[in-house]
Ligand binder design. Structure first.
Ligand code: PRX
Length: 665
């Protein structure tokens, strides 16, 4: 039996690393359980205590009001009612006005190898300037601002400046196409867009401003486009455009932040659901920031001397909570890297080699202590080979994290040994755009880990695995993952579609938040996430709806019908397979397949491009005319050997769960 198989069959748990436990905030399983019990007994008092870590301008009158909504006209929950705060005061000012004034807030490394270090004092000045610039352009509290930027410090500055003036931001990942950007800008009627002339990705310039220009052709709400000069890329110019360096650099560095209601919207972030239209997940200030700050402190056991590197792009929720809001609320030093994991530094900045050691090079040079990335990346590093991390001194690392998809035990073991030197605990963190912050994760040092399990819920979070009727299932039985009690950073609505919010999350299983994931809980109370049970697929940690890709395909004039499914993929977790029926008279050949893949990239972005297109004269349907996705999933999976990204046993349970959930199967 191979070592991986023995890990799987024995369900082996790793004892907490002793050295880590000695200094950790929560030192043992007993301490964790005591904290969990206390939070469960008095949840409101617990969250009140947690929220005290933020800077409140007016104290709240009531911690929690309301409950999970049951009908479309019920508003739902309100946290820290009557309290007022400004997120940027908690993340910036209070540190800039303390001993942390000269502490690094952001260490930035661009893909070419250029670097900048911004202290809290400097960050404060930059955020104030950007806030004044936005105000001078007429942006007011409540106006949405879209951000479509590379991973550069100005992206974080833009977010914090929006928060400072109460203008909710909506960040669109730079990999989304102009069409996808247009949909998101239009949905929230953004008044301004902040972008850049371009961003570096694998030595190429991503034409961000060009995409904004295309996106705005059909959008009327946008009055200003603020453009950061990053790549000296030539861009077209219209009268609504202003350069960042002209409006921000010249603005005053003095800005008095006004406090907003705890429930004032902080941001919306679009994510895929089961329909073709992405959902604008709305988060509000007090509750979101409370959980972002709390989880960063607890899960990463953050210290003032840490250098915290979360590799996610700010276009995803992980970038919101663990590149910007969570670490900065804790006064931490964050590392931001602009480019691809396999891009070498340019010659100008001393680059050498093929770049496949770029991450390890960054960790060594900057002394990163906490590293948080996605299983897809870990699997790619494994494939590239042990020699790349081995070339570097990674001894500064003390903790590793994983997020976004189930991590297969083989990748977990590799990560622990090759990156963590068998010394660093791994926190496998389960959460979602909707939850705002980590919900299930080991507390490092306190909770013994099992490779592939996100372990136990955080104190204050009540999760379970239940049947469709909401009845808890027994140990190791598959069921639906739910959250049973409101938590501060839960989404408050789907922007512009409260009815969809209520039915999607609270209408499926009575009285509970339905996460959309299948899971099982083992006899030790450890959670094992099995994947989505709805029509959402997770490709390289990116969440996509099969229907979104189908709508993109059928918008092509040569396509009559399309069905999209995910199949297990050794590297990406899942890969997109599209079954397409061409319109009569169309030739189904490689050229058409290429055309359709390119079409999806234009409609959504390269991340949604199907791995495989299979032409079919007709799609299998039930007697009532519904496409039989389960059958297609089997066909799509049958053609490739399954990787060990999910165990066969889990896959079987998942298929059955998906059948019981999906109404159209
Ligand atoms: O299926 C789960 C998976 O990612 C989904 C949430 O995706 P998104 O909103 O894009 O947020 C990703 C980053 C938080 C979940 O419904 N997922 C996330 N973390 C894990 C995971 N699956 C297994 N293990 C995880 N640690």
């Amino acid at each position: 039996m191979s070592s991986i198989e023995s890990v799987l069959t024995e369900n082996r748990s790793f004892p907490p690393p002793v050295a880590f436990a000695r200094d950790a905030r929560v030192k043992s399983l007993i301490d964790y359980e005591a904290l969990y019990e206390r939070a469960a007994r008095e949840p409101e008092a617990f969250w009140g205590e947690v929220a005290c870590d933020l800077h409140w301008s007016t104290p709240w009158k009531q911690i929690l009001e309301g409950a999970f909504p049951e009908t479309a006209d019920s508003e739902g929950v309100r946290w820290f009612v009557g309290g007022t705060l400004n997120a940027s005061l908690s993340c910036v000012d209070r540190h800039a006005h303390s001993w942390r004034k000269n502490k690094a807030a952001i260490i930035f490394e661009g893909e070419p190898g250029d670097t900048t270090v911004i202290t809290y004092g400097q960050l404060h000045r930059e955020v104030c300037k950007a806030a004044n610039a936005l105000t001078s352009l007429g942006i007011k509290a409540g106006d949405f601002v879209a951000i479509y930027m590379p991973m550069v410090p100005e992206a974080a500055i833009a977010m914090l400046a929006c928060a400072r003036i109460g203008a909710p931001h909506t960040i669109v990942f730079g990999g989304f196409s102009a069409d996808a950007l247009a949909d998101r800008i239009a949905d929230c009627s953004a008044k301004a867009v902040i972008t850049a002339d371009g961003g570096w990705r694998r030595g190429q310039v991503v034409p961000l401003k060009h995409n904004v220009d295309k996106a705005l052709e059909g959008v009327t709400s946008v009055e200003h486009v603020i453009v950061l000069q990053r790549c000296s890329n030539e861009v077209a110019w219209t009268k609504r455009d202003v350069w960042w360096h002209e409006v921000v650099e010249t603005a005053s560095a003095k800005h008095e932040a006004q406090a907003f209601d705890s429930e004032h919207p902080l941001f919306s972030l679009y994510t895929s659901g089961t329909t073709g239209k992405p959902k604008g997940i709305l988060h509000t200030t007090g509750g979101y920031l409370t959980n972002a700050a709390y989880t960063t402190k607890m899960v990463f056991d953050l210290r003032d001397d840490d250098v915290f590197w979360c590799t996610a792009d700010i276009g995803w929720v992980t970038g919101h909570s663990y590149v910007v809001y969570g670490p900065l609320a804790n006064g931490a030093t964050v590392l931001m890297y602009e480019g691809a994991p396999n891009a070498p530094r340019s010659d100008e900045f001393g680059g050498s080699g093929d770049g496949q050691d770029r991450f390890w090079d960054i960790i060594e040079r900057w002394g990163v202590t906490v590293f948080y990335t996605a299983p897809t990346a870990i699997r790619a590093f494994m494939k590239w080979g042990d020699q790349y991390p081995a070339k570097h001194d990674l001894s500064s690392l003390r903790l590793l994290g994983s997020v976004g998809e189930p991590i297969n035990p083989e990748a977990w073991m590799w990560y622990r040994k090759q990156i963590g030197g068998d010394r660093c605990p791994i926190v496998d963190t389960w959460w979602q755009t909707e939850t705002g912050a980590i919900m299930i994760s080991p507390l490092p040092g306190a909770i013994p880990t099992k490779p592939g399990s996100a372990t136990r819920p955080l104190p204050g979070i009540d999760v379970d695995v239940v049947t469709r009727e909401g009845v808890p299932v027994g140990p190791n039985q598959g069921g639906f993952l739910v959250i049973k009690r409101p938590w501060p950073s839960m989404l408050r609505t789907i922007y512009g579609d409260h009815a969809r919010y209520v039915s999607t999350y609270f209408g499926e299983i009575p009285g509970m938040y339905f996460a959309g994931d299948g899971a099982r809980k083992d006899a030790d109370g450890y959670f094992w996430i099995m994947g989505r049970v709805d029509d959402v697929i997770n490709v390289a940690g990116h969440r996509l709806s099969t229907m979104e890709v189908e709508s993109a395909l059928v918008s092509h004039p040569k396509v009559a019908e399309a069905a999209v499914v995910g199949r297990p993929d050794e590297l990406k977790g899942q890969a997109i397979v599209a079954f397409v029926t061409p319109r009569a008279g169309m030739v189904a050949d490689d050229a058409l397949a290429r055309e359709l893949r390119a079409h999806v990239a234009t409609q959504i972005g390269a991340l949604a491009r199907p791995e495989e297109i299979r032409f079919a004269e007709a799609l299998p349907k039930t007697r009532s005319g519904k496409i039989m996705r389960r059958l297609l999933r089997e066909v799509a999976s049958g053609s490739t050997a399954r990787g060990d990204t999910t165990t066969l046993e889990d896959q079987g349970v998942l298929e059955r769960l998906a059948q019981s959930f999906a109404h159209d199967d």
